[in-house]
Unconditional design. Structure first.
Length: 262
């Protein structure tokens, strides 16, 4: 199965946008067309169980992304991942290193074990209880409240609500055996990722993601760490233009031969 996706632009450098676990490919509206207009070939996709991609079989998200690149005829790409999408980007870089030219990780999760802090543990407990009670609307609202930072306006919050609600619809209806399979990525694997990496966090995000970012940046041999003093967990939606400028600056610093995508 090919992931649902959009493409734009005809540049030689391919940029793949991977969404967070409370969103789908619509979260990149503020960057998708602008990056294409800036001269990049841009791809955004819905991972399996999100947006327009069904949860129809056991899968490894990183392999689904590799299959999408095959479908599009893309040899190497810069992967931009938000939260869960950042975790998937790291997994692609480990499992299929020849396909990755660089990484931009925005408030990213990690594919290795992390002991959740009290705020995150409390959130997961509340979410599980609401879903067990069948209150999907309340669970959706809970996610919007946690993951949207102070600069997320009404339109951004409404979009996150719609995207998270859609993800719940797909995932709650699917049999357990169609879930994601372990990627097998270890801490040692992350130390072997040698491509340039931008590791970004938000000052208003759940503290766990700053802890994860510090560990990730320390493991990656060629990482640059950036803290956004205005951001929560979803900077691409909270301040789209500033996030675009951050990504454009990172992409412009990559050498054309190393980042060639097609």
């Amino acid at each position: 199965m090919t992931l649902s996706h959009d493409t734009a632009g005809t540049g030689t450098q391919t940029v793949v946008l991977l969404h967070s676990g409370v969103c789908d490919r619509r979260m990149w509206e503020g960057q998708f067309h602008a990056l294409a207009a800036a001269g990049h070939h841009v791809v955004r996709c819905d991972l399996r169980g999100f947006g327009e991609t069904p949860l129809d079989a056991p899968h490894v998200h990183a392999d689904d992304v590799r299959d999408l690149l095959d479908h599009l005829g893309v040899e190497r790409s810069v992967l931009v991942g938000s939260s869960f999408g950042g975790e998937v980007a790291l997994e692609v870089a480990v499992r299929h290193p020849e396909r990755v030219a660089a990484l931009a990780l925005l408030c990213a999760a990690a594919p290795v074990e992390h002991d959740a802090g009290p705020e995150l543990r409390a959130f997961f407990g509340q979410e599980d209880a609401l879903l067990a009670a069948g209150d999907v609307d309340a669970a959706t609202a809970l996610n919007v409240d946690l993951w949207c930072g102070p600069d997320a306006g009404p339109e951004a919050r409404a979009l996150v609500h719609a995207m998270q609600r859609r993800a719940f619809e797909l995932q709650l209806a699917a049999p357990d055996e169609h879930g994601a399979q372990p990627s097998g990525v270890t801490q040692g694997d992350l130390e072997g990722i040698t491509v340039p990496a931008l590791v970004v966090t938000g000052a208003h995000d759940v503290p766990d993601f700053r802890v994860i970012a510090e560990k990730t940046a320390a493991l990656l041999p060629d990482a640059r760490r950036v803290e956004l003093d205005w951001a929560g967990h979803l900077p691409s939606l909270e301040r789209p233009e500033e996030t675009l400028a951050l990504l454009t600056d990172f992409l412009s610093g990559l050498s054309a031969p190393a980042a060639a995508g097609r």
